[in-house]
Design a protein around this ligand. Structure first.
Ligand SMILES: [Zn+2]
Length: 221
């Protein structure tokens, strides 16, 4: 387990503990938790607080019909739950929460070229429209300077990158808001693979790359 130095803020962990986060954000928190014992401990504390609060609530009498519907939905959830067991051919660095989208290794995915330095592959779309994707930046490669029309959540899965705010390593979690403008650059030693959730299209701010904005926005339509 690596020593992450960039963590989700407490409110996000509390919402994760309460099960109230959108799937896309919950995937980022889960991927970070697989790297971070500090947040694992915080989450266990939040879960304890949540269960104590639940115990203090006065139970309402449930009808037998409601009880049966609850039992039926639990049965169907158990049947639908994806297996988190790693098949033998799975790269162990792929977080368990992402294995339902990645069959084998990162190399087996259908990466699409974004720029000379970056490739991406979409894993899924959240019901709120957020895009869940992996980004691969080549060693020393740079993402064009950009801002976001919504928040962007990033977790580093392999390698490291730096931007105007500092250096980020495997397991690090970060959120960039609409007012943040940044230029991530992968370190030279190896390629960098990140889990990225964008709630709206990114907005390139460089002179030439601004031309790409209409095409990026269209891909969110
Ligand atoms: Zn953490």
């Amino acid at each position: 387990m690596s020593k992450s130095t960039n963590h989700p803020y407490e409110e996000l962990l509390a919402a994760y503990s309460a099960g109230s986060l959108p799937l896309s954000q919950a995937l980022c928190i889960s991927a970070h938790l697989e790297h971070c014992e500090t947040c694992g401990q915080k989450l266990r504390r939040l879960n304890r607080v949540g269960s104590e609060l639940m115990q203090q609530l006065k139970p309402a009498r449930a009808s037998s019909e409601l009880k049966q519907r609850l039992l039926d939905s639990l049965d169907s959830l158990a049947e639908a739950a994806p297996s988190t067991q790693a098949p033998e051919n799975v790269n162990p660095s792929i977080p368990r929460c992402l294995r339902q989208f990645i069959d084998g290794s990162y190399d087996d995915l259908r990466w699409k070229r974004v720029s000379a330095d970056i490739q991406s592959v979409e894993l899924c779309r959240d019901s709120n429209g957020a895009r869940v994707e992996l980004l691969k930046i080549k060693p020393g490669g740079s993402a064009t300077t950009h801002t976001h029309l919504g928040d962007e959540y990033t977790v580093i899965l392999e390698g490291s990158f730096s931007d105007e705010a500092g250096l980020y390593r495997e397991g690090d979690f970060m959120v960039r808001g609409t007012s943040d403008k940044h230029t991530p650059v992968a370190t030279l030693d190896r390629e960098c693979i990140c889990l990225a959730v964008t709630e709206g299209p990114i907005q390139f701010t460089g002179f030439v790359s601004r031309m790409m904005n209409p095409f990026i926005r269209r891909s969110y339509a």
